[in-house]
Design a protein around this ligand. Structure first.
Ligand SMILES: [Zn+2]
Length: 309
């Protein structure tokens, strides 16, 4: 019997391991860098924090990043520490849902295959770059052997902010590589569900979906916790864990990095949470995770079985 069937609350924690050059791309900044600091420092700090809290997590990795020095070993270290490796695609293309089907399935399938080979562990879950998904992409996720997807992020403020930033960048003549996705995401279920293969934002009998949790309009993601501060974040987490049977919290590797701590390129100050120190962010995240852990059991998504029907 799964924890869910037993009536216990569960929570899972994911970390999207996006290299710094993805942020240059999102913000349309010139001068891409091959910096591997997100893998080297960001991931290491999350591993250390999770070890202190006893949390098994899921690290969604971009398969092409494993070619950078030391990352194969880091991937295997994550597995050895009891964490799950998720597939965050081959190249982190934000336009997967607009790609030709023959190219898209390579991004999904090769991403999973290369991560499995490098990690020497099975990869079960997929998270789409930029949370953009649709029926075609979900069909690829299923057909390439994944057993769940966690790309749906049903958050109106996030959607509105993203639309606003992208509009502003258009006005400034910068081309963002991120795409907005469908507003249907806003009516998606807030708890884990099986997707309708024709419409992954609605319930059906297809692949399990673990949407990133949103409670009372607050997304349970690292950047939101950093923006809200410790007290408000803990209050949001305590409310969320009462409202939901299962929470899916989401971080990015750079959530435990900062401009000052890591001597990052000043252009990245457009990402406001990078102006907050690592120590302060870690304090906030530890308080949030401790609050969730008081009422829910932390599980990796690969260990969570969704009841059929
Ligand atoms: Zn990403």
């Amino acid at each position: 019997m799964s924890a869910r069937e037993a009536g216990h609350r569960t929570a899972s924690v994911g970390v999207d391991v996006d290299s710094l050059w993805h942020y240059y791309r999102i913000h349309g900044l010139p001068g891409e860098t091959q910096s591997n600091a997100a893998w080297r420092d960001g991931v290491a700090r999350f591993v250390q924090m999770f070890a202190g809290l006893g949390i098994p997590a899921t690290f969604y990795c971009v398969a092409s990043d494993i070619e950078l020095p030391g990352n194969r070993e880091r991937l295997r270290d994550l597995v050895a520490a009891g964490h799950e490796i998720g597939n965050h695609s081959l190249n982190h293309r934000y336009d997967l849902s607009r790609m030709k089907p023959a190219e898209r399935i390579v991004e999904v399938g090769q991403g999973r295959y290369r991560l499995e080979m490098a990690a020497e562990a099975q990869v079960f879950g997929f998270r789409a770059p930029g949370y953009n998904t649709d029926a075609g992409l979900i069909a690829d996720v299923k057909n390439t052997g994944h057993t769940y997807d966690s790309s749906v992020f049903p958050c109106a403020p996030y959607y509105a902010a993203k639309a606003g930033v992208m509009g502003l960048m258009q006005l400034l003549g910068r081309e963002s590589r991120s795409i907005l996705g469908t507003p249907k995401v806003l009516i998606a279920p807030r708890e884990p569900y099986r997707m309708d293969p024709e419409e992954p934002h609605a319930r059906g009998d297809g692949l399990p979906q673990f949407p990133v949790s949103v409670a009372a309009g607050v997304p349970l993601i690292g950047t939101a916790f950093t923006a809200m501060g410790e007290r408000a974040s803990v209050a949001a987490a305590e409310l969320a864990v009462r409202l939901r049977h299962h929470l899916t919290l989401e971080f990015h590797a750079i959530d435990l990095m900062s401009l000052a701590d890591d001597a990052l390129a000043p252009e990245l100050s457009v990402q406001p949470d990078l102006r907050v120190s690592v120590a302060q962010k870690r304090r906030i995240f530890e308080s949030v995770l401790t609050a969730v852990g008081r009422r829910a059991k932390f599980v990796r998504l690969c260990d969570l079985k969704l009841g059929v029907g």
